[in-house]
Design a protein around this ligand. Structure first.
Ligand code: IMP
Length: 424
């Protein structure tokens, strides 16, 4: 029996999903992305080669895997072709094994323009988006003004849809001398690209069901993390999609019954990129050290990530809403040199101690973390290949986390390379 696994981020994204998906993909026949867009940056290091994937599932690095982009993804068609070309120059051929849902909504140049205009308008209260047009594209989808992949093959109606979008976006486009607002140019460009997309377009739901019936193993790859979920995250400082397991059902057209195993990815500390509350954030030397040792700079935007200690309140929420039974703990080695490592076990709001997230995420600005201190292990964990081989204090740290969350640890990552991994 094949096991279909879904991988989801349990924090604010950048948990190291790229590496874990790459490892799990070895045993999978197909890998499917279900939400988000080119706001994601999944890094995979194989030998000396580094691949950064934004839209294409990380499984593409293996020459024989099928990769799917579901209807829940917002697809930048120009960005995707660049990504395919970059992979080609790195020796990876996507031909005949990368497929896209005909119902995927497109991120068009005007979405990026609107994203940047809106961020500017928000001034100091900006969300700190990746400026990849994600929010405006999902908004068009929900308000039913979106242009989907299948639309680029129907030129007359595509023209009408683009014209309609030009009219309703006048508030943004008026007086704007930016060719990203030029819908006639977008029409021509999409017409030019259409033949390249035709062989990739498919009904992802049907394809995955067929593979499942044939006993093939499917890996579902989430992007971003639970706290960035549009419904269940730290709203409004979130992305615009469901980053949690539910997003896979609607974003691929599959039944929950197709999923056998839910793996949550947990970085051994916490990071966040962009604005929004972050209760365990460290704006001091320790925070800088975490950033530098962990190489915490955005894979999509290069922005320095905010850093802080592990937050169990966040993780309890993430594990519950996703039904996580197993976690993969990444970047344990980044903590190797800290003499004391803190874990947030609860929040304090005034006199009240809370073990779960507050009802209104705005209160996350005001909560104070309650910490439990763990002695560090002051030795290197890189290259250790068995849980028992880890320093005792590292084992205690990991066991405490797993016990609190009521989950098993299935994998520990101690470096970016494939072999710097402990399979538990
Ligand atoms: P957007 O998804 O570009 O609209 O950005 C909304 C928020 O989500 C911002 O705070 C981004 O920094 C954050 N975000 C989006 N994608 C990622 C990601 O892949 N990793 C980490 N943060 C992300």
């Amino acid at each position: 029996m094949s096991t279909n696994t879904i991988v989801v981020g349990c924090q604010w994204g950048d948990e190291g999903k790229g590496k874990v998906v790459d490892l799990l993909a070895e045993k999978a026949d197909a890998i499917a992305r279900f939400q988000g867009g080119a706001n994601a940056g999944h890094t995979v290091l194989v030998g000396d080669k580094k691949y950064i994937l934004h839209l294409i599932p990380s499984g593409i690095i293996y020459p024989d895997k099928l990769c799917y982009i579901g209807n829940g993804v917002v697809l930048d068609p120009f960005g995707l072709l660049e990504e395919i070309e970059l992979l080609r120059t790195q020796g990876i051929d996507t031909n005949g094994r990368l497929f896209i849902s005909s119902a995927a909504n497109l991120v068009l140049p005007y979405h990026k323009l609107i994203d940047s205009i809106e961020e500017k308008k928000r001034g100091g209260d900006g969300i700190g988006t990746t400026l990849r047009g994600i929010g405006p594209a999902y908004r068009d989808k929900v308000s039913r003004n979106g242009i989907r992949l299948c639309d680029i093959f129907a030129p007359d109606s595509l023209k009408q849809k683009l014209e309609h979008n030009r009219k309703i976006k006048q508030e943004y486009f008026a007086g704007c001398d930016d060719d990203r607002a030029d819908t006639a140019k977008i029409f021509d460009d999409l017409q030019r690209l259409a033949p390249l997309f035709e062989p990739m377009m498919t009904n992802v739901s049907l394809d995955l069901q067929r593979l499942h019936r044939e006993g093939k193993c499917i890996l579902f790859e989430g992007a971003q993390g639970a706290l960035l979920d549009i419904d269940l995250g730290s709203y409004p400082y979130t992305t615009s999609s469901n980053t949690t397991v539910g997003g896979a059902m609607t974003g691929l057209g599959i039944s929950p019954k197709m999923i056998d195993e839910i793996v949550g990815i947990v970085k051994a500390y916490t990071t966040r990129v962009g604005s929004g509350p972050f209760p365990t954030e460290l704006v001091d030397q320790t925070g800088n050290e975490l950033r530098e040792i962990g190489g915490e700079y955005g894979a999509a935007t290069g922005r320095p990530r905010r850093t802080g200690w592990l937050d169990l309140v966040v993780l309890r929420h993430a594990c519950r809403i996703n039904g996580v039974e197993k976690i993969a703990v990444t970047k344990l080695d980044v903590l190797d040199r800290f003499s004391t490592i803190k874990v947030c076990t609860a929040y304090k709001l005034g006199d009240r101690e809370m073990a779960e997230l507050p009802l209104n995420p705005a209160a996350l600005w005001d909560v104070k973390p309650v910490y439990r201190d763990f002695p560090g292990w002051n030795s290197t964990t890189a290259g250790i290949d068995k849980f028992e081989g880890l320093p005792e204090n590292a084992r205690k740290y990991l066991s405490f986390i797993a016990d609190d969350l009521g989950v098993e640890i299935c994998l520990i990552s101690t470096g970016a390379r494939r072999n710097e991994t402990i399979l538990v």
